[in-house]
Design a protein around this ligand. Sequence first.
Ligand SMILES: NC(=O)c1ccc[n+]([C@@H]2O[C@H](COP(=O)([O-])OP(=O)(O)OC[C@H]3O[C@@H](n4cnc5c(N)ncnc54)[C@H](O)[C@@H]3O)[C@@H](O)[C@H]2O)c1
Length: 330
Amino acid sequence: MILPINLGEQSYDIVIERGALDKIGSYLNLNRKVLILTDSGVPKEYSEKVLSFCKEGYIYTIPQGEKSKCFDNYRDILGFMVEKAFTRTDCVVCVGGGVCGDLGGFVAASYMRGIDFYNVPTTLLSQVDSSIGGKVAIDFQGVKNIIGAFYQPKKVVIDSDTLKTLDKRQVSAGLCEAIKMACTCDKELFEKIESSQDLERDIDEIIARSLKIKGDVVEKDPKEKGLRKVLNFGHTIGHAVESQGDYLHGESVSIGMLKMCSQEVKTRLEGVLKKYSLPTKMEYDASVLADFIKKDKKARGEYITVIYVQRVGEFEMRDILIDDIKKYLN
Ligand SMILES: NC(=O)c1ccc[n+]([C@@H]2O[C@H](COP(=O)([O-])OP(=O)(O)OC[C@H]3O[C@@H](n4cnc5c(N)ncnc54)[C@H](O)[C@@H]3O)[C@@H](O)[C@H]2O)c1
């Protein structure tokens, strides 16, 4: 299936197809120099498959993990491209999760003022969320995504067969972002995830519907001036939870979402999160989390916008005083 993202000159297609990796050359223009960015945890066969279709391809492997989304790797990859004489008509293909997509996208955004890049996401989080929308970034001086750009891929190819090698915990963490989108915008998708008897069978539909929601939001608000904030449901508290170090991103968002909804939604959310082994409770010190949020958001003013879900499939944006976040944490 092809899902178009309409952004004027920056429009692109998302291909969602099992087995697409085996014919990736028919979807991407690889008849040029290609930097294939992957990480050490992504099975080699995926990047090697892409390489087999390239006229002149180079696999560049970074260590797995968030720490790799850093300035040193950014600089080294650019250095490698200069050394290999990449030109403005060459391209980057990101094969991996959000770490490869965010870093590789930012490399592409800045090399020679911007060259083509393609996303071939291989984690569920990147397939339902991070591979589209054009937010590319690196972490810097301990702050997540602080240096980056809005830069759209030329195409995104999603082959859910790649999820077969992904750790179950990572699958659940990725599913959390789909639950987030369903909970705020698509009651039927929420019901689908809630009642699914076979996630592997249903996954392409879940990916497609999640991307449709994100795509619609991105088309209306590509640079996060308003509506796009809905994608941050559960993330204000989620980021604070994540900073404590015990949980993956999606697991932290699970805790965050439960703090930003009515009792009726909370009951259903808890059920669905438990079903997919996502956490619903965490022992925490509300003051520590509130302090993290204040520090994180203070630069943007006294107020923050949080997304609140009163009924599944609907959301409201609430502008609250940062100091009031503690009320939601308690
Ligand atoms: N740009 C955006 O809009 C956006 C949105 C959400 C999150 N993000 C970013 O995404 C990143 C998290 O992405 P992620 O959850 O995909 O994590 P990740 O990229 O770190 O991947 C998770 C792990 O899975 C491994 N892996 C990847 N594909 C695999 C496969 N098919 N089989 C086996 N192992 C595989 C990786 O090696 C890694 O160890 C964060 O940096 C976050 O900031 C970006």
